[in-house]
Design a protein around this ligand. Structure first.
Ligand code: AQP
Length: 332
């Protein structure tokens, strides 16, 4: 049976890019007849500095965001990465399978380490090997992600293939990324050439899942655009990154195609379209942020869900780790 795994870092506020690029897809897959495992990847988060209090808060808030968005602990296994130690244990093996050269070519490493790679953590460099372990410790075959994770998923396939080849086994599956929807790469509201991201210093660049209705409306009103009216077909957005981004967001929020959206709003100026988008965004996001706040009022319920998730997860991960150790020749 196919199994789905995906994760998000508790490294700051959950934003609209995470929601449209990842979480909406998590919910779609949960509703199919597939086993789904969704993870707060706290060990990934600490590859860059996290204040301990913030990390704990962000982990619980991310879990609240998952649940409020429709991920049900009854239908999906919901976990925090460090509570399932097999992720880290398999990651060590993969650190010994992956090659330095592969890791050095990762664009996320290059972007995040920047010019000062000497000062970056070893964990940041090894990040994709831990990500491969997250996925493969479940033998997951499908991984719903945003477009920016495509390269890491190719590396996951390379690690699985090299492990299988080196040890002469057919043990780890070759995983498929699932990159779907109208907004697989949501861009910054201030700069159509940069992706919307938790770490952008400008809060106006993103819509946070915890923003209230007024803040959402204000950020959309101030979003960068061009002076032209909206075209009537998607091809007309090709050279207009900011306009395309807002239309993609509208389409993804409304679970419509871009062409269907443009059939309705083509010809409108942004002065007309932005309030429509703000209204839609508030209608979709306000119930989620309200539910997140309700869940966060008493995080013991979240902790209970994560503890139970970890137990369910370890029924899958412990035997896969044991088998991996056997294949590698480690005495048990
Ligand atoms: N702008 C985006 N558009 C579509 N999908 C996105 N994702 C992130 N940003 C966008 C998807 O969200 C999932 C979880 O991301 P993550 O938190 O693990 O990784 P990230 O890419 O590091 O997130 P950020 O917000 O960009 O954080 P920083 O600023 O720290 O780098 C993934 O499926 C990702 O594709």
């Amino acid at each position: 049976t196919p199994r789905v795994f995906s994760g998000i870092q508790p490294s700051g506020d959950l934003h609209l890019g995470n929601y449209l690029g990842a979480i909406q897809g998590f919910v779609r897959m949960q509703e199919q007849d597939i086993e789904t495992v969704y993870c707060m990847v706290d060990m990934h988060a600490i590859t860059v500095w996290q204040d301990p209090k913030d990390l704990a808060h962000s982990t619980r808030e991310l879990a609240a965001g998952f649940i409020a968005s429709g991920i049900s602990p009854e239908k999906s296994i919901l976990i925090n990465q460090s509570q399932v130690p097999e992720h880290a244990q398999l990651a060590w093996i993969f650190n010994c399978v992956a090659r330095m050269g592969w890791m050095g070519r990762m664009t996320q490493w290059k972007d995040k380490a920047g010019k000062n790679a000497e000062a970056a953590s070893l964990g940041l460099f090894a990040y994709p090997a831990l990500m491969a372990a997250d996925i493969l410790i479940y033998h997951a075959t499908q991984v719903p992600v945003g477009e920016d994770q495509k390269q890491h998923l190719e590396l996951t396939r390379d690690i699985a293939a090299k492990f299988n080849h080196d040890y002469g086994v057919d043990f780890f599956p070759i995983t498929e990324p699932v990159i779907e929807g109208a907004a697989t790469r949501v861009m910054s509201l201030r700069d159509g050439s940069k992706k919307m991201s938790k770490s952008d210093p400008s809060d106006a660049s993103r819509i946070n899942m915890t923003d209230d209705a007024d803040t959402i409306a204000k950020k959309i009103r101030k979003a960068k655009t061009d002076p032209d009216a909206l075209p009537s077909e998607a091809a007309g957005l090709a050279e207009r990154p900011e306009a395309r981004n807002l239309v993609n967001i509208y389409a993804a929020l409304n679970e419509q195609s871009v062409d269907d959206v443009l059939a309705e709003v083509g010809g409108q100026q942004f002065g007309t379209f932005k309030p429509l988008l703000a209204e839609l965004a508030v209608a979709k996001l306000a119930p989620i942020s309200t539910e997140m706040a309700r869940l966060m009022a008493d995080p013991t319920e979240i902790d209970r869900i994560l503890a139970r998730g970890a137990m369910q997860a370890r029924e899958i991960t412990a035997p896969i780790l044991q088998k991996t150790y056997e294949i590698v020749g480690m005495v048990r």
